[in-house]
Write a protein that binds this ligand. Structure first.
Ligand SMILES: Nc1ncnc2c1ncn2[C@@H]1O[C@H](COP(=O)(O)OP(=O)(O)OP(=O)(O)O)[C@@H](O)[C@H]1O
Length: 376
């Protein structure tokens, strides 16, 4: 049974569709990241899940029960959820204990139970011994953990986190990411986390929902999004992916035979015969062997001329201008320094093929549209 499901959920502001017919479901205990560039509708979707925003259309279900839909909207306090904001929203004049206890008093829990829960959650977030401090006596990361402890104390089934790491420095963010993963697994709650940082999303989430202009492009595991993108937008956005226009000649058993600028190759994917996109990352490319049984077979899959190289982590991170394909550059790691203009034969050892449905080439930040000179 999915714990959370959205069906054609929509919300517009002044005629602009902030969230446009979004449907997805996630299982109990998932850690879902809502990912996408600024303005794509992540926060609006989160606020509808929280009950802070009323959908214009569609339905939202918790454990198969509608909390928002044609029959009405359940208020936030009736949804058994906790929220953690980037601003932490701690009361500055209250101690850590007071901040956590406030919600427990509202729930009318007995003093003994309140004390037990406060000790328990402070231990979970690693802040036992900090109960008497006030927020200004804590670091940013510690404040964030108090905000989370305050939510966890109420034992919600669902915790919503709105860019919770946005105000922390890079070092602290990394530490807090590991902390969130740990807290998610010990609490057993479902977490939904809004971020525009894909490294954050891919590192921490069990499921990632990629949003683009109010639409949900794809929901899947980080591996699904990286290895099996379902749209060009996702293919280009995740992991600085590249897409090349290809002609799919045949397709069977999850393998496509395709023509890439005159070379015929087989790549995993599901696309009918016709125009397709070959989606890949720098890690799928390597220099083709010059000798050995595969040399003739692999050479000529793709060739390019060296444009630029940077020595990085023991290899030469290289940009090549592919020959015969009108795409800016492709990136791969080469073992040696080569003069600009040197021709390199490249082999593809991964990749994924999707159908090319229209000539539009939408991208999220960081993507590079490509067009073919031939034969597309
Ligand atoms: N209360 C509002 N009134 C009018 N327009 C709004 C309101 N809230 C959001 N929007 C608009 O809806 C769209 C989606 O906004 P939203 O805040 O959901 O995006 P986001 O992906 O969370 O962006 P960010 O990462 O910048 O927070 C934007 O075009 C935004 O300007």
């Amino acid at each position: 049974m999915p714990q959370l499901a959205a069906r054609h959920l929509s919300k517009a502001f002044n005629g602009v569709r902030a969230v446009d017919a979004v449907s997805f479901s996630i299982p109990d205990g998932a850690f879902l990241a809502l990912l996408g560039p600024s303005g794509c509708g992540k926060t609006t979707l989160l606020r509808m899940i929280a009950g802070l925003e009323k959908p214009d259309g569609g339905e939202l279900l918790f454990d198969d029960v509608a909390v928002a839909g044609p029959r009405g909207v359940l208020p936030p306090e009736a949804r058994r959820l906790g929220m953690v904001f980037q601003s932490y929203a701690l009361w500055p004049n209250m101690t850590v204990r007071g901040n956590i206890e406030f919600g427990l008093k509202v729930q009318k829990l007995a003093p003994d139970e309140r004390r037990r829960r406060i000790e328990e959650v402070l231990e979970v977030v690693g802040l036992s011994g900090y109960a008497a401090r006030r927020p200004h006596e804590l670091s940013g990361g510690q404040r964030q953990r108090v905000a989370l402890a305050r939510s966890l104390a109420l034992r919600p089934g669902l915790i919503l986190l709105d860019e919770p790491l946005a105000n922390l420095d890079a070092h602290l963010r990394e530490a807090m990411l590991a902390e969130f993963r740990r807290l998610h697994s010990v609490s057993g709650a479902t977490f939904i986390f809004v971020t525009h940082d894909q490294e954050e999303a891919m590192a921490v989430a069990t499921h990632v929902a990629v949003m683009h202009r109010g639409r949900l492009e794809q929901v899947g595991t980080p591996e699904d999004l990286y290895r099996r993108p379902q749209s060009e937008v996702v293919a280009r956005f995740i992991g600085r992916g590249r897409t090349l226009p290809v002609e799919v000649l045949a397709s069977a058993d999850g393998l496509c035979t395709l023509d890439l600028a005159g070379a015929v190759l087989k790549v995993a994917g599901h696309a009918p015969a016709g125009p397709g996109w070959l989606c890949f990352h720098a890690s799928d490319l390597s220099p083709a062997p010059q000798r050995g049984p595969l040399a003739g077979q692999l050479a000529g899959q793709l060739a390019g001329e060296v444009v630029n190289q940077i020595f990085q982590n023991g290899v030469y991170a290289s940009e090549l201008a592919p020959l015969g394909i009108d795409v800016e550059t492709i990136s791969l790691a080469l073992p040696e320094r080569l003069a600009p203009g040197t021709r390199v034969e490249v082999q593809l050892s991964g990749g994924w093929v999707i159908p090319r449905r229209s000539s539009a080439t939408p991208t999220l930040a960081g993507g590079t549209p490509a067009t073919a000179r031939s034969p597309a």
